[in-house]
Design a protein around this ligand. Sequence first.
Ligand code: PLP
Length: 821
Amino acid sequence: MPENGYTIKQVADILGGYASLTDGNSTVINLIIDSRKIAHPEASLFFALKGRNDGHNFLADVYKAGVRNFVVSNDKSLIGLADVNYIKLDNTLEALQHLVAVHRKGFKRDVIGITGSNGKTIVKEWLFQLLSVDKNIVRSPKSYNSQIGVPLSVWQLNQDANLGIFEAGISVPGEMAHLEEIIQPTIGILTNIGSAHDEGFTSKAQKVEEKLSLFKHCNLLIYSSKDVEGKEHLITSPNTFTWTFDASEQADLNVLSITKSKGKSVLVASFKDQQYSITIPFTDEAYIHNVVICWSTMICLGYNHEVIAQRMAELAAIEMRLKLRQGINNCTLINDSYNSDLASLEIALDFLHQQHQHHKRTVILSDIFQTGIPANQLYSKVAALLRSKKIDRLIAIGPQLNVFKSLFAPNSDFFESTAEFAEQFLNQNFNDETILLKGARSFGFERISKLLELKVHETVFEINLNALISNLNYFKSKLQPRTKMMAMVKAFSYGSGSYEIANVLQFHKVDYLAVAYVDEGADLRKAGIKLPIMVMSPEVSSFESLIEHNLEPEIYSFRIFKEFIAFLKNQGITEYRIHLKIDTGMHRLGFEEHQIDELLEMLGENPQIHIQSVFSHLAGSDEVKHDEFTHKQLNTLLRVCSKLEHALGYPFIKHTANSAAITRFPEAQLDMVRLGIGLYGIDSAIKNNFALQPIGTLKTTISQIREVPAGDSIGYNRRSSVDKPSRIATVKIGYADGYNRKLGNRVGSMLVNGQRAPIIGSVCMDMTMLDVTGIDCNETDEVIVFNDELRVEELADHVGTIPYELLTAISQRVKRIYVYE
Ligand SMILES: *Cc1c(COP(=O)(O)O)cnc(C)c1O
């Protein structure tokens, strides 16, 4: 954010195009692209980007929020609005990028540009940890490294900063050129080139070439020669610095040895014929690789060895994800306490804002270590942000926040230190609220999260909300423009959660939700879900709750229809929406074609009934062998719909496609689709559909490990035994947690520190034994029951069932944790 910003007139001059300005002096400090994320409308410029959700569709919302400055390619809906300034040009994304490229030119200090297949964000965050002691750094928030994320990051550069660090990520050829123009790095870092075949690139050579183009104007490039083999001629930087782990190779920094013990690693390396060593608090190989990159960078920046060694010893792990878990007294806890700056505070507040399950929202915040802004301005901004995100209560911890008390709402609580807060902590002060914990690392907020977290037994189901969103967008991209999306959140969203999932779906604008029972729908309403909700198995006994919570019943038979009509009459209700289910061959629920005349007669007598939709369910849309049958079902539905529509005289939504049909039968998408299993990352039709990401990781821990001699039996009824001396680990998950008992006795396996350990003996109620012979593991180690590598589809195959059953069987005593990047 340039501190005084630009005027909209200056922006118009930079961008060219057609400008319609009512007030050319209007200030532009913030650039926004998302109508849901507006913090300072009066000083914001909205770019209407074409893309999945065309920004032009939200111009009215953005205007209503108070924004007056716009960059658009279509000005239809802006014409005539009071006080509007707008610039119209063909390509709004290019305009955003160009504006920031011009802004970047005004910054005369060093900018580090980072790219590579892995490690970009870790290297960036670690460089920030290592260098911010003596430098004012502006860096990309989280992993903002895309065509949109990069300009939004670089825009933050201001004259008080003396270093910028930005990461660049690409998915198809040609993208890096844009990012290079925006970042204009003076120092380049290539983290690595993965061997994995990237979607979007024809060869590894092409990928390397594209990545190197970020560095074409760099003064210095830091890299490992192995990554650029055969492409050395593309390195144009006048200065280079190389590192290697291979002693036989020539490099500037040559790692000679790595010794790991007790969670630490000692690295010895030679630089200019001298040996140096550093100790870091990690042992993970990928971490060590990234540490060496940071080490090289510090040498290049002129730091001496003592300073490097001292700062390396204090490196902290980077947790890039927000975690949502259950807290004490029915609270929900969002933990984001590894960094603190305005950009990441804003991201965390947005996430908090999406969560509607409790009326009350509390933020526990530490002093913010943001460089480049005077403290009074910084905390005014924080206060404005808290107001705009409708935070009910602030708990502020730290001497600086105490100084600026007067800026914050009067009901805020102030503490000098985390210790002071912990001493005065009262459990009963936190009730039925969503709490965001956001603190700089030095404040040690882990102590607070321990107080607020509900203690859970150590088997958890971790849900990746980014993967959920990515799956949703995948299916949205397969839809015809007019087709709506109903998300199936029945059965606790296929095991993954109720309002936590529904909140995300609501935020990402699905059109409808569907649940099986009224109770499920009522819970969603209580958690603040406003989307229309269809209930597939309404029961007469729950009609009252159904109506109270404005839920829409599926009517599938004359019996339930008559009961519902009687109930409406009794209550004096004169209009209600229902969904009609037609049986076209599944033979589960629904009216049959020959019953439609009688149904129409009843509808004629009951004008209070409004048909919101008419739908059917496909019996075998995931299997080619039933394709003819599927088409027959579709045709039957269309026949019934046209008869109903003709007779009723008004249109209704027609739908039949489940996940498999969305991709396999585009012609069955009709007005709406009902997305179920695909949302949760499982493709019921295509094996290994890499476009989908499994959203759940079920994990547990090892309680005990023992050595067992050859010949001994393991577990109940002595069903398994070992034929050689073996190591057996007992883990905390059993069939009462939903782990299928048929997986016992070497049918299934779990992942222990990345290796498969077969299950030995029968699965018990709360525990299972694994054969971990030859696997490096200890008691309390984490064990993966399934994830994106050991997939739930594989477990389902082993026991002759479908992933749906295994997912929905995970019992409620297994706590769900939600992560969001
Ligand atoms: C569960 C369900 C779906 C979703 O099916 P998936 O195969 O999970 O996509 C769609 N429609 C109805 C009526 C359902 O019961």
